[in-house]
Design a protein around this ligand. Structure first.
Ligand SMILES: Cc1ncc(COP(=O)(O)O)c(C=O)c1O
Length: 384
């Protein structure tokens, strides 16, 4: 049995021959264990007792009044380690263990995936190396220290723009040179089978949300909203609703300092098909196909590529992708904190900012509250 390698024209495996065999081995292990009763039981127990799932679907009454739609927040911020990333890292770390791997490596932007991977490594008694750009290390100091406390080695990446793309470059290079490690990819990107694996381990978000909204409202929502960096939290919540054609799927990309300034990471909105990090997707690129410099105030959103599945949903029109600037995200960060008493991650604040741009029509909206803002408080305080 094999999984589909592509989503329409996007996805695939653009890697050196050396990696093809290892990715095939990964695919076979994934196919075997995702249906394995003992594996499923172990993961389900961890998600319940260690992560705290199911995460609540919370009706945000004051925010709803403010924006004129009925807003439900899917509280991934309440997960252990503070974001959705842990769902995927525990799944992949269990897979790594079944494959006999002893070292996990990962890239991180905001540090949430790094913390989640270091946590999984500590839990399972594995070694862990995290690659992180120098700019992000500076911005997300608390998460760097958390990773170190958890026993991970944080390798500071000083090439290029010193952010997420370069961290992925270095992690991939390390993976190629060290066949004994397991590369635990943190978003719905990378060569096949990673986008399928990440989708599988994140789809729990949407499955829970669907059940919860049916319990609370007796019907499906009008819109699902999520921020899009690489696309994992968005696909996690959207996947359960893709076949429900009346449910709108809205992904929010970072417009940074403005779409016309060149300082943004609005990949689906302004990109074109291209190849990065071993897969085909919508890409911000120059005329020679080199990834463009990208920017966002949120370290977890500044990636020049994006999930192949979101690229496909965008191309077919099933998904709608919109943008929010740094300024709008910061305003929502402050507003929602005051309205609801919940401090969002700057990534999540992008999705929240879109609520203020929607028409007030009394719609039922589920917003994936992908992470908590503790990691961003210092940064926001300095940049008020
Ligand atoms: C809290 C939070 N939300 C969203 C993202 C964006 O990643 P993705 O698009 O894979 O969900 C990140 C990435 O670091 C994050 O930390």
């Amino acid at each position: 049995m094999k999984l589909a390698q592509t989503f329409g024209q996007f996805g695939g495996q653009y890697v050196p021959p050396l990696l093809v065999e290892r990715l095939q081995e990964l695919e076979q292990a994934f196919l075997r264990y995702k249906e394995d009763a003992a594996f499923k039981k172990e993961l389900a127990k961890l998600l319940k007792d260690y992560v705290g799932r199911p995460s609540p679907l919370y009706f945000a009454e004051r925010l709803s009044k403010q924006v004129g739609n009925k807003i439900y927040l899917k509280r991934e911020d309440l997960n252990h380690t503070g974001a959705h990333k842990i769902n995927n890292t525990l799944g992949q770390a269990l897979l790594a263990k079944r494959m006999g791997r002893k070292t996990l490596i990962a890239e991180t932007g905001a540090g949430q995936h790094g913390v989640a991977t270091a946590t999984a490594a500590a839990l399972m008694g594995m070694d862990c190396i995290i690659f992180m750009g120098e700019v992000d290390v500076d911005k997300q100091k608390m998460n760097v220290y958390r990773m170190e406390l958890l026993g991970a080695e944080v390798r500071v990446v000083k090439s290029g723009l010193k952010t997420l793309k370069e961290a992925v470059d270095e992690a991939l290079m390390h993976y190629i040179e060290h066949p004994e490690v397991f590369y635990l990819l943190g978003s719905q990107v990378g060569p096949h089978p990673y986008p399928q694996i990440v989708r599988h381990f994140q789809k729990v978000i949407g499955e829970e949300a669907k059940k919860q909204i049916l319990e609370q409202e007796g019907r499906l929502p009008d819109e699902i909203i999520a921020c899009v960096g690489g696309g994992s939290n968005a696909i996690g919540i959207m996947s359960a609703f893709i076949d429900d054609k009346d449910v709108g799927l809205i992904g929010v990309e970072p417009a940074g300092k403005g779409l016309k300034t060149g300082k943004h990471a609005a990949t689906l909105t302004l990109g074109s098909p291209g190849v990065i990090h071993g897969f085909r997707c919508m890409l911000l690129q120059d005329k020679d196909g080199n990834p463009s410099e990208v920017y966002s105030i949120a370290s977890g959103l500044d990636y020049p590529g994006v999930s192949p599945e979101h690229s496909h949903l965008h191309e077919t029109g099933r998904g709608e992708y919109v943008t929010v600037t740094d300024r709008e995200a910061l305003a929502a960060f402050h507003d929602v904190t005051r309205q609801e008493g919940i401090i969002p991650a700057l990534e999540t604040a992008h999705a929240l900012a879109y609520l203020y741009k929607m028409k007030p029509e009394g719609k039922i909206v589920i917003l994936n509250f992908s992470g908590r803002g503790d990691k961003d408080v210092d940064f926001v305080a300095k940049h008020r």
